[in-house]
Design a protein around this ligand. Structure first.
Ligand code: NAP
Length: 311
């Protein structure tokens, strides 16, 4: 049966763009469906300093542009639109999008993950008015002001370090008595004189008028709560994988898609790569590698269906 595209990739972050580049370079007719601008989480990284091959930090958005350009140079096609559903009949997948319906032999899901919310009073009300999920985007608005960072993982440490270049008043709170982050990132925070880390501390409320003016914090060892003036609250408490397109696909306890080592889900021809996939380490370099593996394995399936497999 004739299909519209050999391969469809849903999501244009590092995993999707790497998958697209490998697919186009392997001469597959590939379409990347992306809701907004390609780049995913790269777009909110200020200085990307741990991607192999870039000894000097590179701006995340600039890096995303390079990934997209490289995929396009090899002939990948892009559709700006929303994927609404994935259906399968025989070997063929049908993707319904806001811009039409496409059939394909294989699908790679690279839909990533979204910021988790703290769900305290004031978080929603002050979003964009002092509550933020991106230090690089919003930190400069609060230069020399007092900022709270919530979280104890890699993202919280990275972002707190970034904010500490803008002010000497960064308070980082974590609900446990030690940071979850990689040691190198954690030490950068604990040794930074502009960052005060408060352990066993949780946020209970964000207060203010037109904008954030204060927070209510709780020492979870004593249960004591106290109010403190604050100009901004930056939340980095992990992410929620974007899996609504595949409600029935196997997930791990945290909701990330489970695949085999070929990045293939339990559904033959449906692959997942990057932050949406169950993995011990979510990094750009990992996402890019997973995208490449997914495409490589998908291409073997595509060749087999087309009768072009190397026996
Ligand atoms: P994460 O590793 O899941 O850490 C989330 C942190 O938020 C944990 O410390 C967690 O506390 C805390 N948390 C979760 N829910 C909370 C709540 N409701 N209230 C208060 N605190 C809460 O998430 P991440 O830091 O966003 O990192 C995600 C992935 O991206 C990781 O794989 C990480 O390695 C990667 N990443 C890497 C870099 C880098 O290498 N430079 C930078 C950013 C992200 P508990 O510890 O108590 O669970």
């Amino acid at each position: 049966m004739q299909v519209d595209k050999d391969l469809i990739i849903i999501g244009g972050g590092a995993a999707g763009l790497s998958a697209a580049q490998y697919a186009a370079r392997a001469n597959l007719d590939v379409l990347v469906i992306e809701e907004m601008a390609a780049g995913g989480q790269c777009l909110i990284i200020g200085d990307l300093e741990n991607y192999p091959g870039f000894p000097e930090p590179i701006n995340g958005a600039e890096f995303a542009m390079l990934l997209e350009k490289q995929a396009k140079n090899f002939g990948a096609n892009f559709l700006i639109g929303t994927a609404k559903s994935i259906a399968k009949e025989g070997d063929i997948y049908t993707i319904e999008t806001s811009k039409g319906t496409y059939t394909t032999y294989a699908v790679i899901l690279t839909t990533g993950a979204q910021h988790r919310k703290i769900n305290v009073p004031g978080e929603k009300e002050f979003a964009g008015r002092g509550v933020s999920y991106c230090a690089t985007c919003d930190g400069p608005f609060f230069k020399n002001k007092k900022m709270l960072v919530v979280g104890g993982g890699d993202a919280a440490c990275d972002e707190a370090s970034f904010l500490a270049n803008l002010t000497d008043k960064v308070i980082m709170i974590h609900r446990r008595d030690k940071l979850r982050a990689q040691r190198s990132l954690a030490e950068r925070v604990t040794k930074n004189p502009n960052i005060e880390v408060r352990y066993n501390t949780e946020i209970r409320e964000i207060k203010g008028g037109m904008k954030v003016e204060g927070v209510v914090l709780e020492d979870n060892t004593s249960g004591e709560t106290y109010e403190e003036e604050m100009d901004a609250v930056f939340v980095f408490i992990g992410s929620i994988p974007q899996t609504s397109l595949v409600p029935d696909v196997k997930k791990d306890e945290a909701g990330y898609i489970v695949t085999d080592q070929n990045m293939e889900t339990e559904n033959p021809g449906l692959y997942a790569a990057g932050d949406v996939r169950s993995s011990p380490f979510r990094q750009l370099v990992v996402a890019a590698g997973e995208g490449a593996i997914a495409t490589h394995c998908a291409s073997q399936r595509i060749d087999a269906i087309k009768g072009e497999a190397y026996e």
